[in-house]
Design a protein around this ligand. Sequence first.
Ligand SMILES: *Cc1c(COP(=O)(O)O)cnc(C)c1O
Ligand code: SF4
Length: 339
Amino acid sequence: MITAAPPALQPIEPEPADWKRAWRDAVRDPRELLALLGLAQLGAGLSQAAAAQFPLRVPRGFVARMRHGDPCDPLLRQVLPVLEEERVVPGFVLDAVGDGAARAAHGVIRKYRGRALLVATGSCAINCRYCFRRHFPYAEETAAAGQWREAVAAIAADPTLHEVILSGGDPLSLATHKLAELTDALAAVPHVRRLRVHSRLPVVLPERVDAELLGWLRALPWPVSVVVHANHAREFDQGVDAAMARLRETGAVLLNQAVLLRGVNDSVDALADLCERGYLAGVLPYYLHQLDRVAGTAHFEVGDDAARALHQALAARLPGYLVPRLVREIPGDPGKRPL
Ligand SMILES: *Cc1c(COP(=O)(O)O)cnc(C)c1O
Ligand code: SF4
């Protein structure tokens, strides 16, 4: 017989102050990061130049998921500024995806039919070494700058746009009331039918998925998808699982996009683990991206033939719904190009 009150089923939602504190508290000193992991001896492999150009930044909760004493840890490799970045490799350029040209002053990029990508902000909670953003870390051409007016006007002026994609930087690095300002304005645009949010925060700073954010998501007038960016199974832990559960409770569809990265996830085991682990958290794989050929990232590259072979092996191992599409972004293409 059950006499006691059942335990509370509602997961505890963090307070807004929590994520802002965790955000500010991020590790920014490469030597401190190495010391925390018992890897002080790797100091000689650090690149001052790379760190000066694109500083280290990593939330402590993400550091806690790194393996102590493992110089090859796949999470560490994604954030540590290393000497390999100084190598100049032909074909690896500053603006690899052509966004510099496509980006309008109001922060709206319309490259693909029906979809507008809105560069909501330039900031991120984590600095990923493989990212194009390393060369535009302080990008000011964001849609938030003009209180969204120009961006919303650009979307309203094009009735073929049915989906608005919030991107960045990381759009969830904006305060929730700022996001609400934007979606309130977008709600007046009748041809907008879907909203998509691309964010690494639910993975790297799950505290961001707080009551305020959930309230905002629940109140949106469109079907919402949230594309999280995890590259390795070990980026998931209990805190991330709980954040994903809270997100799913709002009715949002959760998808994952990963980048194929040498030394991080370039094995069938690592990729299969990522897809299966994501599914446990309620996230379906969406894209597996070939690296954008951005200056300083050549050591992460996996050749196209190797990428195809990995993808085929993955498809042979997993059910179809757990196999992401292997794609590359080519400037000028009408969509991501399948490999
Ligand atoms: C990747 C991208 C999209 C979204 O493409 P999907 O294939 O729909 O995920 C939209 N606009 C731009 C500019 C992009 O780079
Ligand atoms: S945009 Fe995404 S991949 Fe790039 S630094 Fe920010 S979180 Fe990392």
